[in-house]
Design a protein. Sequence first.
Length: 232
Amino acid sequence: MPTDASSRRLARFLRHHEEDDPGLVGRALERHGIDVDVVLVTDASPIVELDGVDIVGVLGSKWSVYDHERVGGWIDAELDTIRRADQHGIAVLGICFGAQALCTAMGGNVEPAGVTELGWVELEGVPEEGLPPGPWFEFHADRCILPPAARVLARNEVCVQAFRIARHLGVQFHPELDAAQFARWLDAGADEEATACGESGALLLKEIETMEADAAARVDLLVEGFLSRAFT
């Protein structure tokens, strides 16, 4: 991976809330010599510049990709950004809502899952495909109906948990999540959501703090697997 200033690659992450950031994923990319920046997508600034961008990351959202009334007008522009990235050979990493946006942009659909997955979920993983096993943190209530071109990497009884479409990767879980970010989520309303699901935000935060180092090691493997296909 090139590391000199003139040839470093750039990953541009799209976020939908001020409290979100690429977290563990961003730090793993930086360790691989890739610069990371973050763009807040809103109705006022829905167009994302892709010149000089090598990877597009799409972070989570408290909204559903199909709920246009609540999401706002920017969703169509974001789906178009994903399609433009695909057309220009730019790899997309979709996380939770981002995976659902990737699925939708590439011809699939998203629908309510009927349950909310909140907390650590064990997945078998596919190490040879760059998806390590182990617990991954979930916070969602939707599921992807994948387009024909997608390859399922992991699923459980609720939904598809990881998939590839060409060089793109979608994961329903939150590999980026660290304790600092989850604390911001709790302050922004996730604490009430956790309570409604019968969970304690404070206990979940303690679990994330305890598991953060192990999670970071899994994220390194996930990012390495993603990068091995991103530029082919």
